[in-house]
Ligand binder design. Structure first.
Ligand code: 13P
Length: 258
Protein backbone atom coordinates (compact mmCIF):
# COMPACT_ATOMS: atom_id res chain seq x y z
CA UNK A 1 0.00 0.00 0.00
CA UNK A 2 1.17 3.52 -0.82
CA UNK A 3 2.11 5.61 2.19
CA UNK A 4 0.33 8.93 2.11
CA UNK A 5 1.67 11.64 4.40
CA UNK A 6 -1.23 13.42 6.09
CA UNK A 7 -1.86 17.06 5.15
CA UNK A 8 -3.55 19.41 7.61
CA UNK A 9 -4.58 22.67 5.95
CA UNK A 10 -6.00 25.83 7.46
CA UNK A 11 -8.39 27.71 5.19
CA UNK A 12 -8.68 31.09 6.86
CA UNK A 13 -11.36 32.31 4.44
CA UNK A 14 -11.85 36.11 4.87
CA UNK A 15 -10.24 36.32 8.31
CA UNK A 16 -7.00 37.87 9.66
CA UNK A 17 -5.37 40.99 8.22
CA UNK A 18 -1.62 40.71 7.62
CA UNK A 19 -0.68 41.82 11.14
CA UNK A 20 -2.92 39.15 12.67
CA UNK A 21 -1.70 36.60 10.13
CA UNK A 22 1.97 37.20 10.99
CA UNK A 23 1.22 36.85 14.70
CA UNK A 24 -0.78 33.67 14.12
CA UNK A 25 1.90 31.94 12.02
CA UNK A 26 4.69 32.88 14.43
CA UNK A 27 2.69 31.53 17.34
CA UNK A 28 1.75 28.36 15.43
CA UNK A 29 5.37 27.65 14.49
CA UNK A 30 6.42 28.20 18.11
CA UNK A 31 4.01 25.44 19.17
CA UNK A 32 4.98 22.91 16.49
CA UNK A 33 8.21 20.92 16.42
CA UNK A 34 10.18 18.75 14.00
CA UNK A 35 8.31 15.60 15.06
CA UNK A 36 5.03 17.25 14.08
CA UNK A 37 6.35 18.19 10.65
CA UNK A 38 7.85 14.75 10.05
CA UNK A 39 4.51 13.18 10.87
CA UNK A 40 2.33 15.45 8.77
CA UNK A 41 2.45 18.27 6.24
CA UNK A 42 0.91 21.58 7.24
CA UNK A 43 -0.40 24.39 5.04
CA UNK A 44 -1.96 27.77 5.72
CA UNK A 45 -4.26 29.49 3.23
CA UNK A 46 -4.55 33.16 4.23
CA UNK A 47 -6.33 35.90 2.26
CA UNK A 48 -4.35 37.27 -0.72
CA UNK A 49 -3.36 40.43 1.16
CA UNK A 50 -1.45 38.34 3.72
CA UNK A 51 0.50 36.10 1.34
CA UNK A 52 3.63 38.22 0.97
CA UNK A 53 3.92 38.80 4.72
CA UNK A 54 3.48 35.12 5.54
CA UNK A 55 5.93 34.09 2.81
CA UNK A 56 8.55 36.33 4.43
CA UNK A 57 7.94 34.91 7.91
CA UNK A 58 8.06 31.29 6.72
CA UNK A 59 11.19 31.73 4.62
CA UNK A 60 13.19 33.93 6.97
CA UNK A 61 12.74 31.48 9.85
CA UNK A 62 12.82 28.29 7.76
CA UNK A 63 9.40 27.24 9.00
CA UNK A 64 8.31 24.06 7.16
CA UNK A 65 4.70 25.15 6.69
CA UNK A 66 3.53 25.35 3.08
CA UNK A 67 2.02 28.59 1.88
CA UNK A 68 -1.37 28.14 0.25
CA UNK A 69 -3.95 30.28 -1.53
CA UNK A 70 -7.74 30.01 -1.38
CA UNK A 71 -8.50 30.83 -4.98
CA UNK A 72 -7.00 31.87 -8.33
CA UNK A 73 -8.07 32.99 -11.76
CA UNK A 74 -7.62 30.57 -14.65
CA UNK A 75 -6.16 33.11 -17.12
CA UNK A 76 -2.48 34.12 -17.17
CA UNK A 77 -3.26 37.84 -17.19
CA UNK A 78 -5.75 40.33 -18.57
CA UNK A 79 -8.67 42.60 -17.81
CA UNK A 80 -10.10 40.67 -14.85
CA UNK A 81 -10.49 43.33 -12.18
CA UNK A 82 -9.89 41.99 -8.69
CA UNK A 83 -8.51 38.61 -9.75
CA UNK A 84 -5.12 36.99 -9.12
CA UNK A 85 -3.31 34.65 -11.54
CA UNK A 86 -1.47 31.43 -10.78
CA UNK A 87 1.76 32.98 -12.10
CA UNK A 88 1.45 35.68 -9.42
CA UNK A 89 0.92 33.03 -6.75
CA UNK A 90 3.92 31.02 -7.92
CA UNK A 91 6.12 34.11 -7.52
CA UNK A 92 5.09 34.24 -3.84
CA UNK A 93 6.22 30.63 -3.44
CA UNK A 94 2.66 29.44 -2.96
CA UNK A 95 2.63 25.63 -3.06
CA UNK A 96 -1.05 24.69 -2.75
CA UNK A 97 -4.17 26.35 -4.14
CA UNK A 98 -7.71 25.54 -3.02
CA UNK A 99 -10.05 25.28 -6.00
CA UNK A 100 -13.79 24.76 -6.23
CA UNK A 101 -14.56 25.46 -2.57
CA UNK A 102 -18.32 25.24 -2.05
CA UNK A 103 -18.39 28.92 -1.03
CA UNK A 104 -16.85 29.85 -4.39
CA UNK A 105 -19.25 27.56 -6.22
CA UNK A 106 -22.36 28.76 -4.34
CA UNK A 107 -21.67 32.46 -3.71
CA UNK A 108 -19.58 33.24 -6.79
CA UNK A 109 -21.23 30.77 -9.18
CA UNK A 110 -18.03 28.95 -10.13
CA UNK A 111 -18.70 26.13 -12.54
CA UNK A 112 -17.03 22.75 -12.93
CA UNK A 113 -15.50 23.86 -16.21
CA UNK A 114 -13.92 26.91 -14.53
CA UNK A 115 -12.67 24.63 -11.78
CA UNK A 116 -11.11 22.42 -14.45
CA UNK A 117 -9.40 25.41 -16.12
CA UNK A 118 -8.08 26.61 -12.74
CA UNK A 119 -6.60 23.17 -11.98
CA UNK A 120 -4.73 23.27 -15.30
CA UNK A 121 -3.48 26.81 -14.56
CA UNK A 122 -2.30 25.74 -11.08
CA UNK A 123 -0.32 22.82 -12.52
CA UNK A 124 1.12 25.02 -15.25
CA UNK A 125 2.83 27.04 -12.52
CA UNK A 126 4.10 24.02 -10.59
CA UNK A 127 1.66 24.21 -7.68
CA UNK A 128 -0.70 21.60 -6.26
CA UNK A 129 -4.49 21.99 -6.42
CA UNK A 130 -6.71 21.10 -3.49
CA UNK A 131 -9.95 20.33 -5.30
CA UNK A 132 -13.04 20.62 -3.08
CA UNK A 133 -16.11 18.47 -3.67
CA UNK A 134 -19.20 17.93 -1.56
CA UNK A 135 -22.97 17.67 -1.44
CA UNK A 136 -25.75 19.79 0.08
CA UNK A 137 -28.06 18.33 2.72
CA UNK A 138 -30.88 18.11 0.15
CA UNK A 139 -28.66 16.15 -2.22
CA UNK A 140 -27.63 13.85 0.62
CA UNK A 141 -31.23 13.28 1.76
CA UNK A 142 -32.27 12.53 -1.82
CA UNK A 143 -29.53 9.88 -2.11
CA UNK A 144 -27.67 11.93 -4.71
CA UNK A 145 -24.45 12.63 -2.81
CA UNK A 146 -22.31 10.02 -4.53
CA UNK A 147 -23.44 11.01 -8.03
CA UNK A 148 -22.87 14.71 -7.32
CA UNK A 149 -19.32 14.05 -6.17
CA UNK A 150 -18.54 11.71 -9.02
CA UNK A 151 -19.69 14.34 -11.53
CA UNK A 152 -17.66 17.07 -9.82
CA UNK A 153 -14.58 14.84 -10.09
CA UNK A 154 -15.18 13.77 -13.69
CA UNK A 155 -15.70 17.36 -14.86
CA UNK A 156 -13.04 18.92 -12.65
CA UNK A 157 -10.37 16.45 -13.75
CA UNK A 158 -11.11 16.42 -17.47
CA UNK A 159 -7.90 16.39 -19.51
CA UNK A 160 -5.61 16.21 -16.44
CA UNK A 161 -2.95 13.51 -16.91
CA UNK A 162 -2.93 10.65 -14.43
CA UNK A 163 0.51 11.54 -13.04
CA UNK A 164 -0.80 14.96 -12.13
CA UNK A 165 -4.02 13.57 -10.64
CA UNK A 166 -1.91 11.33 -8.42
CA UNK A 167 -0.14 14.37 -6.96
CA UNK A 168 -3.34 16.29 -6.21
CA UNK A 169 -5.32 16.71 -3.04
CA UNK A 170 -9.10 16.26 -2.99
CA UNK A 171 -11.02 17.78 -0.09
CA UNK A 172 -14.34 16.09 0.57
CA UNK A 173 -16.36 18.81 2.29
CA UNK A 174 -20.06 18.07 2.81
CA UNK A 175 -21.69 21.49 2.59
CA UNK A 176 -24.02 20.74 5.51
CA UNK A 177 -20.99 20.24 7.78
CA UNK A 178 -19.17 23.48 6.92
CA UNK A 179 -19.26 26.01 9.74
CA UNK A 180 -22.26 24.30 11.32
CA UNK A 181 -20.66 22.15 14.03
CA UNK A 182 -22.41 19.16 12.40
CA UNK A 183 -19.26 17.15 11.60
CA UNK A 184 -19.80 14.02 9.53
CA UNK A 185 -19.33 10.90 11.64
CA UNK A 186 -15.96 9.23 11.05
CA UNK A 187 -17.82 6.33 9.38
CA UNK A 188 -19.77 8.63 7.03
CA UNK A 189 -16.66 10.66 6.20
CA UNK A 190 -14.72 7.43 5.52
CA UNK A 191 -17.49 6.11 3.27
CA UNK A 192 -17.49 9.25 1.15
CA UNK A 193 -13.68 9.55 1.02
CA UNK A 194 -13.54 5.88 -0.10
CA UNK A 195 -16.07 6.82 -2.77
CA UNK A 196 -13.80 9.69 -3.90
CA UNK A 197 -10.85 7.27 -4.13
CA UNK A 198 -12.95 4.83 -6.10
CA UNK A 199 -13.95 7.58 -8.54
CA UNK A 200 -10.26 8.46 -9.01
CA UNK A 201 -9.60 4.77 -9.72
CA UNK A 202 -12.26 4.85 -12.44
CA UNK A 203 -11.18 8.21 -13.88
CA UNK A 204 -7.38 7.96 -13.73
CA UNK A 205 -6.43 4.41 -12.72
CA UNK A 206 -4.89 2.52 -9.82
CA UNK A 207 -1.65 4.38 -9.17
CA UNK A 208 -3.20 7.89 -8.85
CA UNK A 209 -6.04 6.49 -6.75
CA UNK A 210 -3.47 5.15 -4.29
CA UNK A 211 -1.25 8.21 -4.12
CA UNK A 212 -3.85 11.02 -4.17
CA UNK A 213 -4.43 12.58 -0.76
CA UNK A 214 -8.03 12.97 0.36
CA UNK A 215 -8.87 15.45 3.09
CA UNK A 216 -12.09 15.67 5.02
CA UNK A 217 -13.43 19.15 5.77
CA UNK A 218 -16.46 20.40 7.69
CA UNK A 219 -16.41 21.34 11.39
CA UNK A 220 -13.12 19.56 12.09
CA UNK A 221 -12.05 20.43 15.66
CA UNK A 222 -9.25 19.33 17.99
CA UNK A 223 -11.78 17.03 19.74
CA UNK A 224 -12.88 15.13 16.63
CA UNK A 225 -9.83 15.13 14.33
CA UNK A 226 -8.15 12.01 15.75
CA UNK A 227 -11.14 9.77 15.02
CA UNK A 228 -11.44 11.17 11.50
CA UNK A 229 -7.72 10.71 10.81
CA UNK A 230 -7.87 7.05 11.87
CA UNK A 231 -10.02 6.25 8.84
CA UNK A 232 -8.30 4.40 5.98
CA UNK A 233 -9.18 6.82 3.20
CA UNK A 234 -8.82 10.09 5.11
CA UNK A 235 -5.35 11.55 4.60
CA UNK A 236 -5.83 14.96 6.13
CA UNK A 237 -8.19 17.77 7.01
CA UNK A 238 -9.16 21.09 5.45
CA UNK A 239 -10.13 23.22 8.42
CA UNK A 240 -11.88 26.59 8.63
CA UNK A 241 -12.88 27.96 12.04
CA UNK A 242 -10.63 25.76 14.20
CA UNK A 243 -7.54 26.73 12.16
CA UNK A 244 -7.82 30.45 12.88
CA UNK A 245 -6.18 30.41 16.30
CA UNK A 246 -2.65 29.09 16.74
CA UNK A 247 -3.33 26.93 19.77
CA UNK A 248 -6.29 25.19 18.20
CA UNK A 249 -4.46 24.72 14.87
CA UNK A 250 -1.43 23.27 16.68
CA UNK A 251 -3.68 20.75 18.45
CA UNK A 252 -5.15 19.74 15.10
CA UNK A 253 -1.67 19.11 13.68
CA UNK A 254 -0.78 17.16 16.83
CA UNK A 255 -3.86 14.93 16.60
CA UNK A 256 -1.70 11.81 16.97
CA UNK A 257 -0.87 12.81 20.56
CA UNK A 258 -4.50 12.57 21.68
P1 13P B 1 -15.17 24.79 9.07
O1 13P B 1 -14.00 23.97 9.58
O2 13P B 1 -15.27 26.13 9.71
O3 13P B 1 -16.45 24.00 9.12
O4 13P B 1 -14.88 25.09 7.51
C1 13P B 1 -14.56 24.04 6.68
C2 13P B 1 -14.13 24.58 5.37
O5 13P B 1 -14.93 25.09 4.61
C3 13P B 1 -12.70 24.49 5.04
O6 13P B 1 -12.47 24.78 3.70
Amino acid sequence: MTERKPLISGNWKMHHNHFQAIQMVQSLSYQLNNDDYSYCDVSVHPPFTDLRSIQTVLESDNIPISLGAQHCHEQEKGAFTGEVSTGMLEKLNVKLVIVGHSERREIFNETDSQVNAKIKAIFKHGMTPILCVGETIDERDAGDAETKIKNQLIEGLQGIGKDRVGKMVIAYEPIWAIGTGATATPADAQEMCAHVRNCILEISGKSPSESIRIQYGGSVKPVNIADLMMQNDIDGALVGGAALEAESFARLVQYRLQ
